[in-house]
Design a protein around this ligand. Structure first.
Ligand code: B12
Length: 456
């Protein structure tokens, strides 16, 4: 009889030199292992591995191996899957990237699990493994109706302990994988589960981060969450992701701040209205200033996601954007070159316009200079510049925001601990800029040398 033991692995990934990226601490981490653990029936044993922190136990006595994938790590996931299958284990893949690239994962595993499996689906899948009747794919929908068991999470390794209240987002921006996956629907978890988790974490950790794509998807739910945190006298300091329209909800902002919210991570993406319209981002740039001010007035700092390389961006956009980041007192800019992710409407459009410059659909997954580094390669033909100019403009933009003075100005605020957090994050921002600049200069020197060799 098969041993009832499942080994869930969250792989790390290799940098472009092939080295496995590992470390001892992270800002925050995915909740995937704890969530999956909590869905497994009690008559099954569970083993967990976050490969960023720990090595994989290839000699495990588990019979079923479950491999997660949020992005780049699917390449490493496939190496792991192949090795376990060589050792006679059954392998299942799940997670965002396995869903979007199931054709890629399927040859390397017994099954791909789509969606967020709850206890019922997990019981079914493991039963099927036991009976030798596992299906090639499972479509589970979204089931997060369970309390997440945090006993396996080592909060000491993290600056912020992850908590999740919902999946999905009401918006359907063309570049977003969450929109493509959850189709503009946000599903919230039962508050009693969230409060039970917070109760467990209270006293063990002080800092938490909500992993939700948009904490403001359901306004009343968010208020009930904050009020519940206040009435339970939780003393967490926390951050979350939200859409900018939260800036028109001062009452909610006030309660959030009272409940411990110190920073919001907001996808502004562009300050050019035509760019937003072009990618179906239903926000008005005109409202940005007012909303940003309201958020600041509530005592909450803003970390802004921005992208460069949209159809209405030009070489001049870098200067404009850096000026706007400074003018609006954005505490931490988080900038990427636009990425056409397979499965999104943006990808389909650029492909139909013959503007994609990737041979393999998954080339974007190789854009990894370090753990969690920004997308810095232009994989499509922009409209107003060449791809090379877009890459140069992106580095120029980072450079404009990386001077010591602007790093310090952005980071400082009345709360000393928050200032330290932003100083550290902005220092990492500067470090990434220097690294990307050096890489580009090396590439340039190399091509000049090659050209010279051709001439002589
Ligand atoms: C925390 C986080 C990180 C952390 C992870 C650190 C770590 N080692 O754990 C950091 C900040 C380092 C990070 C890095 C990156 N991330 Co990230 N990250 C997240 C975030 C905010 C939360 C993840 C989470 O906890 N989710 C909650 C869990 C419960 O949900 P889940 O992971 O989807 O898992 C459920 C199901 O998918 C399924 N499932 C998952 N795995 C498996 C496996 C099996 C076997 C089964 C049965 C089921 C299953 O069941 C789970 C429970 O319901 C998500 C956004 C989000 N809200 O999900 C982005 C997100 C996953 N990240 C994303 C991206 C783009 C990245 C980066 C590429 C960013 C970059 N530029 O480098 C890197 C890639 C890292 C990598 N390893 O490949 C994208 C994914 C894009 C895509 N694939 O198309 C997301 C969706 C954010 C976004 N909106 O763009 N990330």
């Amino acid at each position: 009889m098969m041993r009832r033991k499942v080994y869930f692995i969250q792989p790390t990934y290799r940098d472009k030199f092939g080295k496995l990226l590992k470390g001892k601490s992270l800002y925050t981490m995915s909740l995937v292992l704890q969530a999956l653990h909590s869905t497994v029936p009690h008559d099954w044993e569970v083993q967990l591995c976050n490969e960023y922190f720990e090595d994989i136990d290839f000699d495990t006595d588990a019979s079923v191996i479950g491999i997660s994938s949020m992005g780049y790590e699917i390449y490493r996931g496939i190496e792991i899957a192949d090795e376990f299958r060589r050792r006679g284990k059954k392998v299942m893949f799940g997670g965002m990237q396995a869903h979007m690239s199931s054709d890629f994962a399927l040859p390397h595993c017994d099954t791909v699990v789509h969606g967020n499996p709850g206890r019922t689906a997990m019981r079914q899948i493991l039963d099927d493994f036991e009976k030798g009747e596992v299906q090639r794919e499972y479509h589970c929908g979204v089931d997060l109706n369970y309390q997440i068991d945090y006993s396996t999470l080592n909060a000491k390794r993290l600056l912020f302990t992850p908590v999740i209240t919902s999946v999905g987002c009401n918006y359907r921006c063309d570049y977003c994988c969450i929109a493509a996956l959850y189709k503009g629907v946000c599903r919230v978890r039962k508050l009693r589960h969230v409060f039970a988790e917070l109760e467990y974490l209270h006293g063990k950790t002080h800092r938490i981060a909500f992993m939700d794509t948009n904490i403001h998807s359901r306004h009343n739910y968010l208020r009930a969450l904050c009020e519940g945190m206040l009435s339970r006298k939780f003393r967490f300091v926390w951050g979350a992701q939200a859409t900018i329209d939260i800036g028109d909800d001062p009452e909610t902002l006030r309660i959030m701040r009272k409940a411990g919210c110190k920073a919001l991570f907001i996808g502004l993406e562009s300050f050019t209205q035509a760019n937003l319209e072009n990618v179906n981002k239903a926000q008005s740039v005109k409202s940005y200033g007012r909303r940003i001010e309201n958020i600041h007035r509530a005592g909450i700092k803003i970390a802004a996601f921005l992208m460069y390389g949209f159809d209405h961006d030009t070489k001049e956009t870098a200067a404009e954007l850096s000026e706007l980041v400074t003018r609006h007192n954005i505490a931490l800019p988080m900038i990427n070159l636009l990425v056409p992710l397979p499965g999104t409407p943006l990808y389909t459009r650029l492909k139909s316009e013959n503007r994609l410059m990737i041979k393999d659909e998954h080339d974007f997954l190789k854009n990894n200079i370090g753990y969690n580094s920004s997308f810095n390669l232009c994989l499509y033909k922009p409209l107003q510049m060449t791809a090379d100019e877009a890459e140069a403009g992106f580095i120029d933009l980072l450079g404009r925001l990386s001077g010591y003075a602007s790093v310090v100005r952005r980071s400082l605020c009345p709360d000393p601990r928050l200032s330290v957090f932003f100083l550290y994050s902005n220092w990492l921002f500067r470090r990434e800029y220097l690294r990307l600049k050096k890489m580009r200069e090396r590439r340039f020197a190399h091509s000049v040398q090659q050209a010279a060799e051709c001439v002589t």
